[in-house]
Design a protein around this ligand. Structure first.
Ligand code: DGL
Length: 264
C-alpha cells in the first residue's frame, strides 16, 4: 500500500500546477496523473456532466491501484467531491478547502475569488470560506477567458493584462485584501493578475496547501512511501503531443512520456 502511487486528475494540463507542488513536497511519492484532454474544459459544463467525467477519471486511476486521489481540478472539486468521497475506497483530497484555508490563514477579511463558471456558480469557495470564518466578505467573478490565455502561454501578455483588468475591476471596487486563484490555470497568469490588483492584495492558490493536506493524510494514515525517489506517469484522453508541449510550463519540468488512454 505505502508504495502505491497517488492519483491526480484534472480536465487537462492545469492540474500539473498542483502536481508540481505535490512532487516538490513529496519527492519520495509516485504519481499517476490523468488529464481528461478529450473533454476539457469542465468549467463550462453542467455539474451532472462534470460529476460523470470526474467518476470516470477517478475510476480509471483507482483501477491502476492508487492509495489516495487528488482532484486537482477546481471545477470537479466544486461539484463532485462529496460524492467521490462517499463512493471511492481511497481518501480523496480536493482543492477548494485547501485554497479557502490558505486565504483565511493569510488573514483575509475581504476575499475575492476567481474561477471557472462552474466553480463560481457552485459557490463552493464561498461556502468553504464561510465555514472557516463566517465574518469574511466574499466576492466572486468567473473568468472564462483565462484558461485559453494560460494554455497559449500568454501569462504576461498585454492582452492578458487587459482581460485581467476587466475581470478584476468589480473586485477592486469592493476593496478586496485577498484574491483566491480558484482555477488550476491561474497561477500561470500571476504576473498579469498582480499587475491588475497592485502590490497589496494577497494572492492565494490551492496548490501548496493541497500538498500539505496530502502530506498530513499520508502521515496520519501511515501510508507515506518509504524514502527514495518516486516517479510520475502521465495519461491523457486525447492529443498527448499538445499536453506534452504545453504541460512542461505548468509542471515546471519536461514531461518524459504521455500515454493516451480511453476512460469513458
Ligand atoms: N481545471 C479547471 C479548473 O481548475 C480549469 C479548466 C477547465 O475548465 O476544465 O477549474
Amino acid at each position: 500500500m505505502k508504495q502505491q502511487a497517488i492519483g491526480v486528475f484534472d480536465s487537462g494540463v492545469g492540474g500539473l500546477t498542483v502536481c508540481r507542488e505535490l512532487v516538490r513536497r513529496l519527492p519520495q511519492e509516485s504519481f499517476l496523473y490523468l488529464g481528461d484532454t478529450a473533454r476539457v474544459p469542465y468549467g463550462t459544463k453542467s455539474p451532472a456532466m462534470v460529476t460523470q467525467y470526474a467518476f470516470e477519471a477517478a475510476e480509471f486511476l483507482c483501477r491502476q491501484g492508487i492509495k489516495l486521489l487528488v482532484v486537482a481540478c477546481n471545477t470537479a472539486s466544486a461539484v463532485a467531491l462529496p460524492r467521490l468521497r462517499e463512493v471511492l475506497k481511497v481518501p480523496v483530497v480536493g482543492v477548494i478547502e485547501p485554497g479557502a484555508r490558505a486565504a483565511v490563514a493569510g488573514g483575509g477579511r475581504r476575499v475575492g475569488v476567481l474561477g471557472t463558471e462552474g466553480t463560481i456558480n457552485s459557490r463552493s469557495y464561498e461556502q468553504a470560506l464561510h465555514k472557516l470564518a463566517p465574518q469574511i466578505a466574499v466576492f466572486s467573478v468567473a473568468c472564462p477567458l483565462f484558461v485559453p490565455l494560460a494554455e497559449e502561454g500568454w501569462g504576461d501578455h498585454l492582452v492578458t493584462r487587459q482581460v485581467a483588468e476587466e475581470y478584476l475591476a468589480p473586485l477592486l471596487a469592493k476593496n478586496i485584501d485577498t484574491l483566491v486563484l480558484g482555477c488550476t490555470h491561474y497561477p500561470l497568469l500571476e504576473a498579469a493578475i498582480r499587475a491588475a490588483v497592485g502590490p497589496d492584495v494577497l494572492l492565494v492558490d490551492s496548490a501548496a496547501s493541497t500538498a500539505l493536506e496530502v502530506a498530513e493524510l499520508l502521515h496520519n494514515g501511515s501510508i507515506a512511501a518509504d524514502p527514495g525517489c518516486g516517479d510520475q506517469r502521465f495519461y491523457v484522453t486525447d492529443v498527448p503531443t499538445r499536453f506534452k508541449r504545453i504541460g512542461s510550463g505548468f509542471l515546471g519540468a519536461e514531461l518524459q512520456s504521455v500515454e493516451q488512454v480511453h476512460i469513458g
